[in-house]
Structure formats: structure tokens, C-alpha cells
Write a protein that binds this ligand. Sequence first.
Ligand code: XIL
Length: 509
Amino acid sequence: MSSVKRCRSSRARGIPALLVGALALALTGGSATAAQQGTLHVLAAAHGKYFGSATDNPELPDAAYSATLGSEFGQITPGNSMKWDATEPAQGRFDFAKGDAITDFAAQHGQTVRGHTLVWHSQLPNWVGALPSAQVEAAMTHHVTEVVTHYRGAVTAWDVVNEPFNEDGTFRTSPFHTAMGTDYIATALRAAHAADPDAKLYLNDYNIEGLGAKSDAMYELVSELLDEGVPLDGVGMQAHLAVQYGFPYQMQANMQRFADLGLDVAITELDVRMQLPADAAKTATQATYYRQVVEACLAVEHCVGITVWDYTDKYSWVPSTFPGQGAANLYDENLLPKPAYSAVRTALGGGDDAGEGGDPGALRAQYRNSDSSAGDNQIKPSLQLVNTGGTTISLSDVTVRYWFTSDDGASTYSTWCDWSSIGCSDVTHRVAAPSTPKAGADHYLEVGFGGGNLAPGAATGEIQLRLNKTDWSAFDESDDYSHGSGTSYADASKITVYLGGEPVWGIEP
Ligand code: XIL
């Protein structure tokens, strides 16, 4: 029998602890506006937690989508590609291609992965239900063993059993329950632990966020499993909320009682749906619910993190599952942050005060490198600015600096706006030098605007910039402070933005 595992998950694995500390200092020190920098994950990591999102394979080729997925979130969960119907569609035939694409994405972006899910009544291939009862246990153990073994080291936590309960707290019928009774849960957990002793093992369910019959049933189950020495690390609360059903009753107290058993708690699938059409009142209630979930998790030390069930309405599961409902996510269908996003940032200590005053910290710079050569005679950054706040920003007050080194050759420059979706005639550009040269930054390209406004939620769209020395000598961009390798837009903290001359985004060299 396995020993009880009551150790806490190591936190915020996407970011080394020292860096988290340094970032947290950089983010919270200094002026009030500086406190508004950083992604949701960086802000959560300063509390020792992660902030993640579900994703799915068909969404990854959407460059704008995956840029934000890769930059804003420190953890991802595959929405479908590790489920039984995807990983073992026919008995003994395993297919990890889609799941591997998710773990590859995570590895490329320094993210952790929650594996979802091993044993569940849904999205189960027909062959499992057709097995004679006497064969179900062996098939389940084999499935769990193969999948967990394959993802050892790449998946840090597993939803081993998903949705074991009915709403009234009785056990849900499934091929596993029919064959093994409630023992299937301990058997699955033991098989997962044997396959990867380092993975954190969870039971996951919905409508267990607040106190009630269903969460009482989960509490009783996990208490028994721990008493029996079954390997179990945490309880996942899906948190598929809806504005019309109210906020879960005493969520923080409910999370705390699981934590008091020595278990971790994770919010695993957060979204807050509403009857369409959305309106201001429902959208405001939604923002409140997101904020309350974050506050509850922050208040419970053993709440390890929050995962949203995808971050944008563009790829939500809600409209197809709950006809007439939707608008459940942090970002809208155009990938622009909604009031719920600002509410989450504020709750995490990000200080975004959408709707109040000038809201300067709501301005962020995004960058992609449109220059395939880092050693030729031109530098070609593409930028866009996004207003994530609640007030309109006048672009004539805004300047942006892209920091680079001149290397050898002439000290005079030509600068160009090659294309901009707001038109190049309103975009100004020049090269200047800081009073003291910094590592990777003895010059900067400064971009300004002749006029125009950036409404709440709006982005400038792409601004393609280019510069060269007047003698056309080559640059070595590889050590330039603002230089990045990403070819799709992502938040760029090494590109700095100023409003009325005051820094509002990014970290200066
Ligand atoms: C959903 C996916 O998001 C959809 O794409 C799929 O069609 C159905 O499943 N609870 C869970 C998740 O544990 O696996 C579900 O995901 C949403 C509800």
C-alpha cells in the first residue's frame, strides 16, 4: 500500500523562486503605476500560486491566441487531448500526439501542465463500456499506467478521477463504479502513483466549490482515502460558475476544510457564464465572481493556483454545451480583456484600476520580431499597444522605447515606419541615446503618435518599424535589451511605454 502523500505542491514552477521575488519587487516597488505591470501568472506567482488556462489543439495555430496563452499564463491544461477517447481510442492502442503538442507548447513557454483526465464517465470510448465487468479494472489500471508513464516529468499534476459524484452526493454510475464500486477511485490513484510518484494526484469535480451536499461527499471520500493511506494530494474544484446561479456558498471556508486535511486545493476550470446577450450588469457580476474566486484562493495557503477554462470567449465550451449562454471568459472573442480580467489583476495585487482616472497601467506593449536575421544591417521590431483598462488613452501622450546597442559604425540613424494598421502618417520615430548607456541598451528607438485615441479594450494593431545606421554597418542584435525571438505578438516587458513622460509599462534597462 502506498504511503499517504500530504506534502504541498511546489509552487509556481514556471518561474524560479528568486526570479519571482525579484519580479514581485520590481512590480510592487516604486510608483503606483509600476505596480500594474506583469502578467496574471507573474502576479499570482508573487503569492506562491500559478495562474493557468485550459487550451486545445485546434486553437494553437491561432497566433494571436497562442501568444497570449504563452505569455500571460504559467500553467496549461489540455481541454480534451489527454482524455481517454483521445489517448486510448481502441483498447491497447495509445495515441499521444495531441497531448504531446500541449506538453511541447508548455515546455517552450516555461509552463507547467495539469493532466486532465484519467478516469471519467464522459468522453470514454465505447469499447470501455462494452467490456465485461471482470475486465474493467485491468483495462483502467493499464490505461492509467500507460498515460501517466508517458507524461512522467511533463505533467506535474493529474486529475486522476473526474466527476465521481452526482449532485446529491451519491456516487455517479460509470463502467468503473459498476465494475468495482467505489474502490475504483483508490485503485486509480494507486496506479497513477506507481507510474509517477512525483506527480500530484487530484480528484476533480464541479459544484463542490461551496459548502453543500456534493462537497460534503467529496470531503468524506478524501478523508477516508487519506485514512487508508491512498496516495492523494489534492482536490480540484472546477468552478464552472454562472451569474444566474449565484456565487458558491462559503467558498473560502470550503476550500479551507480540505486544506486542513493536508490536501492541496486547485481551482481547475474556472469560467463564469451568463444568459446571452451579455449586458453591463451581468458583465459586472461576472467580474465580481472572478474576483471572489481569486480572493478565496489567496486566502487559503494550500490553494495552489487557478486555471481558467480557456481564457477567451473565442474558444469557450459554454455556447455549445449550454445553449443561449456564453461570454464566460476573461477575454472577449477578439482576444481583448474584459472587466473580469481587470478584476482578477486587481485581486492579484496588479493594481489595475479600470474605470478610475487615467488608468495608465492598463497600457501594455506587445512585440513580435519580424527580422529573421539578428546580424544584418537593419533592426525590425513590430509593436502594438493594447489598452486593457476602462478609460480612453490619448495616443499623443504616449511614447514607446525599443532598446538596442549601436555596435560599431556610424552613430547616426535612419528610421522607418513600413506599415501600420493605424497608418504610418501619425507614427513618429527617432533614435536617441540614454544619458548613461546600459547593458544591451546604449540607444533606443522612440516611437510616438501625432494623434488618435485608444479606447478601452482597443489595440493599435501592428506597427512595423525599421532602423539602420546611415553607413549601413551591421548590428549584433542578439544582446539587445528589447530584442526577442517571438514571431507572434506577446506582452513585452523589455519594451517600455510612457504616458506624459511617466513610465507606465515595462522594465527599463
Ligand atoms: C469540455 C471541453 O472543454 C469541451 O471541448 C468538450 O467538448 C467537453 O468537455 N468539465 C470537465 C472538462 O472536466 O473536461 C469539460 O471539458 C468541461 C466540464
